[in-house]
Ligand binder design. Sequence first.
Ligand code: SAM
Length: 230
Amino acid sequence: MSQPRTLECDGMWDGGPMVPEEPIADWLDQGTSDPRQVAERYDDWAQRYDDDLAAWSYRAPASVAEVVATRLPDAASVLDVGCGTGLVGRALRERGVTARLLGLDISTASLDVARAGGLYESLEEADLQQRLPLEDGRVDAVVCVGVMTYLPEVEAVWRELARVARPGGLVVLTQREDLWHERGCQDVVDRLRDDGVWTPLEVTGPAPYLPQGYGGTPAVGCYYLTALVS
Ligand SMILES: C[S@@+](CC[C@H](N)C(=O)[O-])C[C@H]1O[C@@H](n2cnc3c(N)ncnc32)[C@H](O)[C@@H]1O
């Protein structure tokens, strides 16, 4: 298991002792949802994020890519909401999904890393606590992986995800196990079904998410939700 890692602002960490501002695991534990704080922290983390998540055996991108590839193999466009450094785009390509990839995130440094990966047709800065900058029904599938932690207004966000997917399109997302219960996520799934927004196809969980925890914490599980947009 990897040791707790810390962030510093100048990006010059060389693996040796450092004077940290705060361990990333502690910050993740606090669960802030303030968009500015989130953007700052993910900007600081962007260059090391992929390596840390690999060390933590992060498996959600591959799991979500599997769902998209299986349920909508001919998807022509996928919106990756909270795309960060582009791990989901990579997982989609590795799983053979050839759709155009559009990404939104609030962290400009993470978007730069995703841009350097060259997989996304468009990458745009956006605050997911606001209306998404896309017209209704614009994409075939919407994926949102590892992001709901930072978005306490679950129902408003999920309605937005469904709004920008075309009828018959997919929404595939993750929610941390503890937050699934705390934020009444099953009730939201059902309410959107009753309102004719979507048909839930699958709620899987709790399933492995960060099976080695993050930086020394116990394992973290999550729920995977797949819904067919009405
Ligand atoms: C754990 S990372 C997940 C990134 C990517 N989906 C993945 O699976 O690797 C969470 C991402 O959510 C983004 N995020 C959190 N709150 C946000 C908000 N209000 N608006 C836009 N992006 C946000 C962060 O910037 C970060 O890139």
